[in-house]
Structures are given as C-alpha cells and as structure tokens.
Ligand binder design. Structure first.
Ligand code: FES
Length: 279
C-alpha cells in the first residue's frame, strides 16, 4: 500500500497528491510516469510524476477528474493508501543543451511540464514556459513555474488573464514575433498537442509531445497503448511517452482514446448513482 502524505485540490477538478513511494522517488526522472490502482478491483491508470523528494521518499502527482477512477481518487485524503503504484515507467525526457526550449502545458500538463522545464534550465537552456487554461480560476503553479523559467507566458481561453489565445495561437504569435525556438515540448490534452505540432511543423521546429494513450500493464506486454509514429507502431509505455509530434498519427490516437467512451460513461453513471450524495 502507498500512503498519501498530502492532498490538495489545486483548482476545480485538478488535484495534487503526495504519495510515499521511496523506491520510485529514488529513480524517477523528468517525463516519467507511474501506473496506479486505487483498490484491489480497480483499473490501472497512468499518471505523470510532477515532482519528487528523494530524501523524503515521496512523489507528487497532479491529476484531473476525467473518469470513475480519477473521481474516486479525488475523494482520497492524506492518511489514505493507494493499493498499488508501479514505476517509474517510460523513457525519461532527453535533457540536453538545445538553446531556446519552449515548454507548453495545459490543464494537468501545467504540473507535468514543471520537472522538464526545471531540468532544461539546469542544462543551460533558455526556458520559456507557456501555460493555458480556459479561465483564470483554473490556473495554478504560476509562481513555481516563474521561478524555474526564464520567462512565463500565461494564456486563457476567455481572456480573463493575459492574452485571450490558446497555446497553438501563442506559439504562432511567438514565431511571428521573431522568437527563435530550438525545441518545443508539449504536455496536455491531445488536441492542444496536435495543433501545436501542426503550428511548428512548417517552421521545422523540433516538437516533442507526451502521449497519453490507453494503458494497462505499462511495460510493453498488453499492446493497449499502441500509437503510430512515422508509419511505425510504437508502444507509448516503453517507446515513449515522448514522441516527435510531427510524426504522430493524431487521428488514430484520438479515435483510440475514445474507443471505450461508452463503457467509461456507463461506469461513471453507475458509480455516481451509488454515490449520489456527492453528485
Ligand atoms: Fe500495455 Fe503499453 S500499456 S503495452
């Protein structure tokens, strides 16, 4: 069992949990994830590690409520325990000196981009972090990102904070403004990463995306997380989760991601009907 040391709702529907997992905390590197199962009969879900404390033996995970498991996890509190936690999984982000690195994150991706931005800056890059949310009240970790970036740009879909534009428009705005981008790393919803990749492609800007595909075992054995990259079948859990955004078959990924939508809705409805007092 993995004890939750701290729990916080950062903004509506997005939660932080700090979990005691000494072996994972010792080895985890930027861009890696864990697979958790909340109880004996629960499904396995992949969650990116947003931070860690090797001395304390703890990792921090930031997740969004999107389905039954994440809604149930949101009800856990400090002192509760998670049934299983496997990791760190996935190939860590390639950290090197590239020049100007733009790290973009939306929703839970705001937290997930944090260790990557920090490591890129420590490697001597100029780091520009760009985060987006639908509205100002959904933004978090601005101060933290400001501290570890050379520049932080905040955008909101409704214009309630800073410019009213989504991340792909912000990238285009930066390119048009003469910003020389050597590498762009995107973390967040699939549409944002798809559109960001389409924005950078004509300019030949190397673009790395973190794919959140359906995962079961997370070790390359079940085949559930397959994605097509450059015409080749890859497994996001062991070949990724980072891939060249210009090579990803986005339409296939989007259709696979919605493959169990009906079952997910039914599962959520059944769980909510049994827990009506919360909904
Ligand atoms: Fe099973 Fe990747 S999750 S092969």
């Amino acid at each position: 069992m993995y004890k939750i040391l701290a729990k916080e709702e950062l903004v509506p529907n997005i939660h932080l949990i700090k979990v005691s997992a000494p072996a994972v905390a010792q080895k985890v590197r930027p861009g890696q994830f864990v697979i958790i199962t909340i109880d004996e009969r629960g499904e396995r879900i992949p969650l990116t590690v947003a931070d860690w404390d090797r001395e304390e033996g703890a990792i921090t995970i930031v997740f969004m409520e999107v389905g039954t498991t994440t809604q149930r996890l949101a009800l856990f509190n400090a002192g509760d325990s998670i049934y299983s936690l496997v990791g760190p999984l996935g190939i860590p982000t390639h950290i090197d000196k590239f020049g100007t690195v733009v790290c973009v994150g939306g929703c839970y991706g705001i937290a997930a981009i944090m260790p990557i931005a920090r490591a890129m800056r420590e490697a001597g890059n100029k780091v520009i972090s760009v985060i987006e949310a639908r509205s100002k009240y959904l933004l978090f970790w601005q101060e933290e990102l400001e501290r570890i970036s050379d520049q932080l740009i905040v955008t909101t879909g409704d214009g309630s904070y800073a410019p009213q534009r989504w991340i792909p428009d912000q990238i285009r705005h930066m390119i048009d403004g003469g910003e020389k981008i050597d590498l762009l790393i995107a973390f967040g919803c699939t549409y944002m990463m798809k559109l960001s990749s389409e924005t950078t492609k004509p300019f030949g800007i190397k673009t790395v995306v973190h794919l959140g595909s359906i995962m079961v075992d997370g070790t390359g054995m079940c085949g559930c997380c397959r994605v097509s990259v450059g015409g080749e079948t890859k497994f996001a859990c062991v070949d990724g989760p980072e891939f060249d955004g210009h090579q990803v078959d986005w339409d296939l990924l989007l259709s696979r991601q919605s493959g169990y939508q009906d079952e997910e809705i039914r599962s959520l409805q059944e769980w909510e009907s049994q827990n009506w007092c919360r909904t």
